[in-house]
Write a protein that binds this ligand. Structure first.
Ligand code: SAH
Length: 225
């Protein structure tokens, strides 16, 4: 597959940032499978028309409703931390643009994704349809509650900063598998956590990197659909 110059630059920038952050993350290179997914999924299909010119920059971009599409490096890092297997079923919280969802969908069997803003969920669903990504299911809801109907999951990824690790997500994770989640204060200090649930159901948490995510809001039940 031949990449556009912009796409190749994005991949090079991700590789470079992996090298810069190796001392913190313990990961110096992008896994070839993750890199393949990052080259296959057209990021420009997930950004608004007015942002298309910057679609392959290694930075976040506004997607409306006060939300952002995550930085490609962070998408790659979080994907890598999940250590996906082709047969996995993954839960994502914070569909947003759907870009992270799309990357996950190229690396596992099925992705369930929860988004609190109905318009974003709908725009993402349309992008998946247009690209023919048919192993993704989205719903509108409060991600703090996960998506119990399809649990347990082989991995869970949260792409907005939570105030704490939601207990529902720990419950919905299979033993031996991983949850990747930014935790911290809104628009302030946040840390990307790797939460591992061992075969006994014990939970071990590792700090991976300082990050900046939009907040995972906790709407009252009446605001949900
Ligand atoms: N992975 C997305 C990130 C979008 S930003 C992307 O790269 O495009 C985080 C998203 O989380 C936003 O769309 C926001 O609306 C959503 N969000 C915030 N609180 C939420 C909650 N409680 N449940 C589900 N989604 C939530």
């Amino acid at each position: 597959m031949s990449l556009s110059k912009d796409q190749q630059r994005m991949i090079d920038d991700i590789e470079r940032e992996f090298e810069f952050t190796q001392r913190m993350t313990g990961r110096g290179h992008l896994d070839p499978k993750v890199m393949k997914a990052m080259t296959e999924v057209p990021r420009d299909a997930f950004v608004p028309e007015s942002m298309k010119h910057a679609a392959f920059n290694n930075g976040p971009l506004p997607i409306g409703h006060g939300q952002t599409i995550s930085q490609p490096y962070i998408v790659a890092l979080m994907t890598e931390l999940l250590q996906l297997q082709p047969e996995d079923t993954i839960l994502e919280i914070g569909t947003g643009s759907g870009y992270q969802t799309a990357i996950l969908s190229r690396l596992c069997r099925r992705v369930y994704s929860v988004e609190v803003v109905p318009e974003l969920s709908e725009t993402a669903r349309r992008a998946f349809d247009e690209l023919g990504y048919d192993n993704i299911e989205v719903r509108v809801g409060n991600g703090y509650e996960g998506w119990p109907e399809h649990a347990p999951y082989d991995g869970i990824i949260v792409t907005a900063a939570a105030t704490h690790v939601p207990s529902a997500l720990i419950e919905q994770l299979k033993p031996g598998r991983r949850l990747v989640i930014p935790v911290g204060e809104p628009y302030s200090y946040q840390q990307l956590y790797l939460v591992e649930k061992d075969s006994q159901g014990e939970v071990h948490t590792t700090d991976v990197l300082g990050v900046a995510f939009v907040p995972l809001v906790n709407p009252p039940p009446s605001a949900e659909q």
